[in-house]
Design a protein around this ligand. Structure first.
Ligand code: GDP
Length: 675
């Protein structure tokens, strides 16, 4: 008997059963794990014994299920405790502390708060509700610490409504439908499978439902819903991810029961694995007489995806998109997987999510097909989408029906934007027009900047720049070689490079030239592409330039491994060393007509260039540390100002100069550590 079967028998979800099994000393890796008789009997006994007690204690069921939050981390204030992705607060929290907990720069957090119409400086406190809204964007839930009662059960069973019961908080987390992407080799039946799933559900669903193309659709299975994205293969899946749009919860890998695993199937699997998305395999076309599901299972086992009926963990269902055989079981497997993942969102919050695709439609104007990942989107909401903002004029579902509102995991077509945003762009609902306009301006400026500069991604020489202090470094690699033999030799040689501080993660290996797809995967995963005796396709080279992905091609194995070894040395968190290059004294403070304060300075020693960092000191105290906004001499921008020359200096984010302040200019050198 499998975990999910026992769970169903006991009227529980698989997660609850797995937790109990663990307490009883049994291991169950997932809901598909087969249990021995002893485990089944003991679990049954446990729950049957437990049942009346739980039932008696119904109104306050919470205590038994929830583990209290773990102890506070050292860097986090005492009034805060962080347990995995839950932050428990006693009261308002200072912006800086919240930024530390979320692992983001305080400035970024301040900007995000502004978008939510909350103005707070780094040392100011913000309310719990505002902390919750902003923390949620980073995947954290914020809870108010309960004084005496234990925290609420994570997934409360609906209780009988009582008259004076307090209202559910807006950020309350509720289960949401899974979002599924179908991937696989061309012609293995991705489109047919999606069509079959949709049509089955349409036939059972509301009348008159003609599927509209909105890039995704939601199907109803019993009491549950599943959203399927229509991504045409893993290229689009990874392209979205490269833009930061993470929408998929579960990947279905479709494999033709006759053809078996093909290179693109393997690629799709690697892409799903790189995105850390759980995989369910659908062996399709089992209606064909030549279908050989066992061969597919054998092939799956050979690439580390042994199916559960062969003693492994991979969930696998034989199906036929043509006849519909196995489809209900496949849908059930998706729901079971979703149950284990405990997917949740807060429908009470303003909506946020991503653009699946957008277009200009005659009669409708710009339309954006959106996937709501959190909150509820309503007609009339002010929405910021990519670099555009507007008021939601209408919402249409995947059957073309008009909606007043749509909740988490729902795909909708949204009308009312003034332009066509890019696929993969993020959207969010703003408090009002003013906030949306300001945020849109900021995004437009950011876009311009991005067009001028190449995004900074992992590189064999600079990966360590992106690491935070004391972090363990990981070098991710997409490896391409001319033949299978060299691929294996190189992989083996690379795995010999041992370091306690740096780990090597080979995301994908493949035979053949470097393609755009390889570059996309590297871009989405912050990896570098290493090639051995291979060429780089034209498109791939252009894309790599645009995306800032490093491609390193070699023709001698030891040269390649040396390069990686060197890089893994560079990967170590560097020792930072500061070097003072000059000092100036503020002689006069001016304000200029365009706004901004300029410090009129005399260089006392050394020199200054616009690139160096600066520290403002007043009577020995550091007032500010940051970057130079502009360096001028006689109204002109200056590339360098030397000792005893005068200059005008404006700083980023600091204007409170006082005559007599000392500006200390310095550079930061990075010294690479050795392995
Ligand atoms: P995609 O490229 O992966 O989207 O594959 P399609 O859905 O376009 O299917 C490719 C071909 O396989 C089409 O001719 C389909 O009719 C056929 N096909 C898809 N599913 C099945 C199936 O379950 N059984 C059979 N016999 N043919 C199928």
């Amino acid at each position: 008997m499998r975990v999910h079967e026992l769970a169903r028998e006991l009227g529980l979800n698989s997660k609850e059963v797995m937790d109990r099994l663990q307490e009883l000393g049994f291991t169950a890796k997932n809901h598909m794990t087969a249990l021995n008789q002893d485990a089944v009997t003991k679990t049954r006994e446990f729950f049957r014994k437990d049942l009346p007690v739980e039932a008696a204690a119904q109104p306050e069921t919470a205590a038994t299920v929830v583990t209290p939050p773990t102890a506070a981390e050292p860097s986090v204030p005492e009034s805060v405790s962080v347990s995995s992705k839950v932050i428990t607060l006693k009261g308002p929290i200072v912006v800086r502390e919240l930024a530390t907990i979320l692992g983001v720069r305080p400035n970024q957090l301040i900007a995000e708060l502004m978008r939510l119409n909350v103005l707070a400086s780094i040392n100011e406190q913000i309310e719990i509700k505002d902390a919750a809204r902003v923390a949620e964007k980073h995947g954290y839930n914020v809870e108010r610490e309960k004084k005496h009662e234990p925290p609420p059960k994570p997934q409360p069973k609906p209780l009988e409504p009582k008259g004076d019961e307090p209202k559910t908080p807006k950020d309350a987390l509720l289960p949401r439908p899974p979002v599924v992407t179908v991937l696989g080799h061309v012609d293995h039946g991705k489109t047919s499978l999606l069509d079959r799933i949709r049509n089955t559900s349409v036939a059972k669903g509301e009348a008159g439902g003609i599927t509209q193309h909105i890039g995704a659709s939601t199907v109803t299975v019993g009491q549950n819903r599943i959203t399927f994205l229509d991504t045409p293969g893993h290229e689009a899946f990874t392209a979205m991810r490269a833009r930061g749009a993470t929408m998929t919860d579960i990947a279905i890998i479709v494999v033709d029961a006759q053809d078996g695993i093909m290179p693109q199937t393997q690629e799709a699997i690697k892409h799903a694995q790189a995105a850390k998305v759980p995989i369910i395999v659908a062996i399709n076309k089992i209606d064909l007489p030549s279908a050989n599901p066992d061969k597919v299972k054998q092939q799956l086992a050979s690439i580390g995806l042994t199916t559960e009926d062969w003693g492994g963990q991979t969930i696998c269902k034989p199906v036929s998109a043509l006849t519909g055989a196995g489809i209900p079981e496949l849908l059930e497997m998706i729901l079971l997987q979703a149950e284990i993942m405990e997917l949740k969102a807060s429908p009470g919050l303003p909506a946020a999510g991503f653009v699946i695709e957008a277009q200009l439609e005659s009669g409708k104007g710009p339309t954006a097909n959106l996937l709501i990942t959190n909150g509820t989107l309503r007609v009339g909401d002010v929405i910021l989408c990519g670099q555009y903002w507007g008021r939601v004029r209408a919402l249409l579902d995947d059957r073309g029906a008009k909606l007043k509102e749509a909740g988490p995991s729902t795909p909708v077509k949204c009308l009312g934007l003034p332009g066509v945003p890019e696929a993969g762009a993020a959207f969010e609902v703003c408090a009002n027009d003013k906030v949306a306009r300001a945020a849109a301006d900021e995004r437009q400026a950011q876009n311009k900047l991005e067009q001028l500069t190449t995004p900074k991604r992992a590189s064999l020489t600079n990966l360590f720049d992106q690491l935070k202090e004391n972090e363990k470094a990981e070098l991710k690699v997409v490896l391409k070689a001319d033949v299978q033999g060299s691929l294996e030799a190189i992989e083996h040689a690379l795995r010999q490079i041992k370091s306690e501080k740096v780990s090597l993660n080979i995301l994908m290996t493949g035979v053949g030239s470097v393609t755009s797809n390889d570059v996309l995967l590297a871009s989405a995963s912050n990896a570098v592409v290493i090639g051995f005796h291979v060429s780089v396709e034209d498109g791939a080279m252009r894309l790599a330039k645009k995306e800032g992905v490093e491609i390193s091609i070699h023709s001698i194995i030891y040269e390649l491994t040396d390069r990686i070894r060197e890089s893994m040395t560079g990967l170590l968190t560097p020792i930072l060393k500061e070097k003072v290059v000059g000092r100036a004294e503020v002689k006069q403070v001016f304000s200029i007509t365009k706004g901004g304060i300029i410090a009129g300075c005399l260089m006392v020693s050394g020199h200054v260039t616009p690139r160096v960092k600066v520290r403002v000191k007043r009577q020995g105290n550091v007032m500010y540390e940051g970057a130079i906004h502009s360096l001028r001499r006689f109204q002109n921008d200056a590339a360098e100002v030397r000792e005893s020359q005068e200059c005008g200096i404006r700083l980023d984010n600091f204007s409170a100069f006082s005559e007599g302040d000392v500006l200390e200019f310095f550079e930061v050198e990075r010294l690479a550590q050795t392995l």
